[in-house]
Design a protein around this ligand. Structure first.
Ligand code: ZN
Length: 264
């Protein structure tokens, strides 16, 4: 029987969705790039390759291994919930997505975390590659938090894999520069995050940046008062105001950025 390693499946999904949105946004871009797309892709994917290598060396497939272990041993909260399995899957995905919303909010509010998270926001244009541009420090902390949540919940491999797949697919979609029909944006808004909503989050204006933290479900921003939609999309300038010099946004600058001067 053909069995696929979940970690390989995870990488295949990541690359497949990346390629899918790259082709779409090249065919039908929302706006023309203001800086070289090739150079940004080299930096963003270079960073992704570096992060994957180091995180794999440090953590291996820890989240999926832990999920297999805790579910096999009936550990955590989930075995005690008297609800059908499909509902547990839905609850886990929603709960983890809400925790991601809280984590994202903290990344904007806590100065030390913002030092790491700003690397993601310094991309001068947004496209599908922006979804993978993160400082390794932010990713390492988030893996530790994810391990703790899997342990507390007793989430299984399918739940973790489904959540990770949804995060990758929705984040790559809402970071993409794909031109999306207005009717689809409005429909997608009801539950999820369309590109226009996340574009506001990448604005140089701090007031606009500190909104729209959601990844999969837009519900959290809607219910917790951080949803902003009434912004003229055409005048949104992408990036961090204090870090707008393209010559200082190369891979090595991004790696040391958290340890240099503080920029809000
Ligand atoms: Zn952010």
């Amino acid at each position: 029987m053909l069995e696929m390693n979940p970690a390989v499946l995870r990488s295949a999904i990541f690359l497949g969705v990346l390629l899918f949105f790259l082709v779409l946004e090249l065919r039908s871009p929302y706006r023309q790039p203001s800086v070289s797309k090739a150079k940004r892709w080299l930096i963003n994917l270079g960073m992704t390759a570096f992060n994957s290598l180091v995180l794999n060396l440090v953590f291996g497939g820890a989240p999926l291994l832990l999920a297999a272990y805790v579910s096999q041993h009936q550990m955590g909260v989930l075995p005690h919930l008297p609800v059908p399995y499909w509902l547990k899957v839905l609850l886990v995905v929603m709960f983890l997505d809400f925790m991601l919303w809280v984590w994202h909010l903290l990344n904007h509010k806590v100065p030390f975390l913002w030092r790491l998270h700003q690397v993601h926001h310094t991309d001068l244009n947004m496209d599908v590659s922006t979804a993978t541009r993160f400082h390794i420090g932010e990713l390492a902390i988030s893996v530790v938090i994810k391990l703790a949540l899997i342990y507390i919940l007793g989430a299984d491999v399918l739940m973790v894999l489904l959540f990770e797949t949804l995060v990758v697919a929705t984040a790559q979609f809402h970071h993409s520069s794909l031109k999306v029909p207005v009717w689809f944006e409005n429909l997608w808004y009801v539950l999820f995050v369309p590109p226009s909503m996340h574009r506001i989050h990448h604005s140089v204006k701090i007031k606009e940046r500190d909104t729209n933290y959601a990844t999969i479900f837009s519900l959290w921003d809607r219910f917790l008062g951080t949803l902003v939609t009434a912004v003229d999309q055409d005048r949104i300038k992408i990036g961090v105001g204090g870090r707008y010099d393209e010559k200082k946004l190369n891979l090595h600058h991004l790696l040391v950025m958290p340890f240099t001067r503080y920029v809000r």
